[in-house]
Design a protein around this ligand. Structure first.
Ligand code: COA
Length: 316
C-alpha cells in the first residue's frame, strides 16, 4: 500500500509564556475558571520579532535536520495555518526559501483551521502521488495571539502560538496509512486576519463549537480506523487537536478508551489551532514516548467547520 510514514518531527515555541494568573490581571477571569473549563494553564505568545512564519521556519529546520535528509530531497512543502503574517509569499514559500528547498518542490499554505495539519498531510500524500518524490515537509504554525481581542475573556484565555513540523516518507510498505476529511461551512468560529483589510478578532460560539467537537472527534477517529481496518487497541497514540481537555475526556468516556493513549498538552500551550497536532507529535518524539513502529491516529476539528483524521506509522 502506498502511504506516508512519519520519519522526523520538529517544533518551535515563542519564549514568552503567559499564565492564567497574568490573564486574570487583564480581563475578568481566574485560573480556577480557565483550568476547570479548559485544562489550560499557560500558553506562549509571539514576541515582536516572531510570527507564524518565523516559528514555522524554526520547526521545519529542526525536523529536516533530524530526518538526516538534505533539502534537495524534499519534494513538497505544505504549511497549515490561519494566521500567516502575509497573504503572499505564503509561509510555505518562506520556509522553502529559508531551508533552501529545491525549486521543483511545490510550496503552499493550507487553511483548514484546527484540522489544517490533517488536510496538509492528505495534500502532501496527493502531491507526492501526482508529481513523484519521496519526502514531504508538513508544518502547522500559528500566531493566534495576533488574531485575538485581548479584552474578550471568552476567547483570549483559550489560544496560544507555536509551530510543529513533520517529515513524511511516501513508501510502498504495508504500514497502515489512511486519511478522512470533512467540512461544513459555518461561522461558529470566525476570525479576520492580520493581513486582511478590516481585520476582526476571533469570535466563537463556544457552546456550539463544543457540541460540534464532541461529535466530530469520535466520528473522525472511527472513520479513519475503519479505512485502515485497525481498532483502537492497535493504536499506540491518539493525538487530538488540543482545544480543550474536556472535549478529549468526553471522547475517551464515549469510546470507553484508555485515557493514557490520548495525549494531552493543552495545559502548557492552550489551543494552537493547526500547530497543536504537530507540536504534540514533536513532544511525544522528543520525550521518547513515541517509538519507531508505533501507529498513531491524529484527529483535527475546528474552524470552517472542518474535521479530519489520519493514521500513520512512526519509522525513525
Ligand atoms: N472567565 C470567567 N468567566 C467567563 C470566561 C472567562 N474567561 N469566559 C466566559 N465566562 C463566563 C460567561 O460570560 C458566562 O457567564 P454568564 O453565565 O454570567 O453569562 C459563563 O462564564 C459561562 O460561559 P459559557 O460560554 O457558557 O461557558 P462554557 O462552559 O461553555 O465554557 C468554553 C466556555 C469556551 C470553555 C467552552 O464553551 C468550550 O470549550 N467550547 C469549545 C471551544 C473550543 O474548543 N474551540 C476551539 C475548537 S477548535
Amino acid at each position: 500500500m502506498n502511504g506516508l510514514q512519519l520519519i522526523a518531527t520538529g517544533g518551535a515555541l515563542p519564549e514568552r509564556t503567559v499564565t492564567n494568573e497574568e490573564l486574570s490581571r487583564m480581563v475578568d477571569t481566574s485560573d480556577e475558571w480557565i483550568t476547570t473549563r479548559t485544562g489550560i494553564r499557560t500558553r506562549h505568545y509571539c514576541g515582536e520579532t516572531e510570527n507564524a512564519a518565523t516559528l514555522a521556519i524554526r520547526a521545519a529546520q529542526q525536523a529536516l535536520e533530524r530526518s538526516g535528509l538534505g533539502p534537495e530531497e524534499i519534494s513538497c512543502c505544505i504549511c497549515a495555518t490561519l494566521s500567516a503574517p502575509d497573504a503572499t509569499p505564503s509561509v510555505a514559500c518562506q520556509v522553502q526559501r529559508a531551508l533552501h528547498l529545491p525549486e521543483g518542490c511545490p510550496a503552499l499554505d493550507v487553511n483548514a483551521a484546527c484540522s489544517g495539519f490533517i488536510y496538509g498531510t492528505a495534500a502532501a500524500n496527493g502531491l507526492l502521488a501526482t508529481l513523484g518524490g519521496k519526502y514531504a515537509l508538513v508544518i502547522g504554525c500559528e500566531a493566534l495571539s495576533r488574531l485575538m481581542d485581548p479584552k474578550d475573556r471568552s476567547t483570549c484565555v483559550l489560544f496560544g502560538d507555536g509551530a510543529g513540523a513533520a517529515v513524511f516518507e511516501r513508501t510502498e510498505s504495508n504500514a497502515p496509512f489512511a486519511v478522512t476529511l470533512g467540512a461544513r461551512g459555518d461561522d461558529a468560529i470566525h476570525a479576520g486576519g492580520p493581513s486582511r483589510t478590516g481585520s476582526s478578532p476571533i469570535t466563537m460560539d463556544g457552546k456550539a463549537v463544543f457540541r460540534f467537537a464532541v461529535d466530530a472527534l469520535p466520528k473522525s477517529l472511527d472513520r479513519v480506523l475503519q479505512k485502515t481496518g485497525l481498532n483502537l487497541d492497535d493504536l499506540s497514540w491518539v493525538v487530538c487537536h488540543q482545544a480543550n481537555s474536556r472535549i478529549i475526556d468526553h471522547c475517551v468516556r464515549h469510546l470507553n478508551a484508555d485515557p493514557a493513549k490520548f495525549y494531552k498538552n493543552m495545559d502548557h500551550h492552550g489551543n494552537t489551532s493547526a500547530a497543536s497536532i504537530p507540536v504534540a507529535l514533536n513532544e511525544l518524539a522528543e520525550s521518547g514516548q513515541l517509538l519507531p513502529g508505533q501507529t498513531i491516529a491524529c484527529i483535527g476539528f475546528g474552524g470552517g467547520l472542518t474535521w479530519g483524521g489520519a493514521i500513520f506509522q512512526y519509522r525513525k
